[in-house]
Design a protein around this ligand. Structure first.
Ligand SMILES: [Zn+2]
Length: 228
């Protein structure tokens, strides 16, 4: 562990909870599939996993991450300046890895634009990211499918680091919450990646299902998608 990271978390804890001494904190950098950071409290001890893509991040960025994770943990308001600092850093990173991916992908598969006739998938992703993930999810490429298949609502394509949503839903008769639900579902797949054995599977563990229930229009969205 890089020196100073623990101290950053301890300082941030004291900042959020003055007068309370910080619990033991275990921090590791972890090779998530995406830029992702998690925090858990288990038997009085905090366990933090930071994306290994952030291992070389400047101290101010690590301070921002510590603040965001601890504020989430203790249900305190997230300071918008720190949230912005973190997002700026991740996006600059994201752009670099995207540029790399684009080079890999060019000529093999064209990813369509995120802007549809009605809905902009990038805007929907960023909005959901702020509402439900404290801005902590790095945006993959967002794309409407080229075909109009109904059977596949949306999926995450790891080879192109892209969330692809069936173009059928880019229609004025489709309510925004239905598109949001499809994207939200795929964002949870990014948050809770599964190891793939053989064919691609859609695995919804208990954590996934609990978090999916936080989506405010879950029942309406499912109903709408069923009757489509
Ligand atoms: Zn799924």
């Amino acid at each position: 562990m890089r020196p100073g990271v623990l101290e950053i978390f301890q300082d941030s804890f004291r900042d959020l909870r003055p007068g309370v001494s910080p619990p033991p904190i275990s921090i590791e950098f972890f090779p998530f599939a995406n830029v992702n950071n998690t925090i858990r409290l288990r038997q009085g001890e905090l366990y933090v996993r930071l994306s290994d893509l952030l291992e070389g991040a400047p101290i101010t960025v690590l301070e921002a991450i510590a603040h965001i994770l601890l504020a989430k943990m203790y249900r305190r308001p997230i300071d918008s300046a720190r949230a912005a600092r973190y997002r700026r850093y991740v996006h600059s990173h994201d752009i670099r890895s995207k540029a790399h991916l684009v080079r890999q992908v060019r000529g093999r598969k064209r990813i369509a634009s995120p802007k549809g006739k009605v809905y902009d998938l990038e805007a929907i992703f960023e909005d959901l990211n702020l509402r439900f993930f404290a801005g902590m999810q790095a945006r993959p490429r967002m794309s409407w499918s080229r075909g109009r298949a109904r059977n596949l609502l949306g999926h995450y394509d790891p080879a192109h680091n892209a969330i692809v949503v069936s173009r059928v839903f880019d229609h004025p008769r489709v309510p925004r919450y239905a598109v949001e639900y499809i994207v939200y579902h795929e964002m949870l797949h990014l948050k809770y990646p599964v190891k793939l054995r053989g064919s691609r599977r859609c695995v919804h563990g208990p954590e996934f299902q609990a978090e999916e229930k936080l989506f405010p229009h879950l029942e309406q969205a499912k109903l709408f998608l069923k009757t489509l």
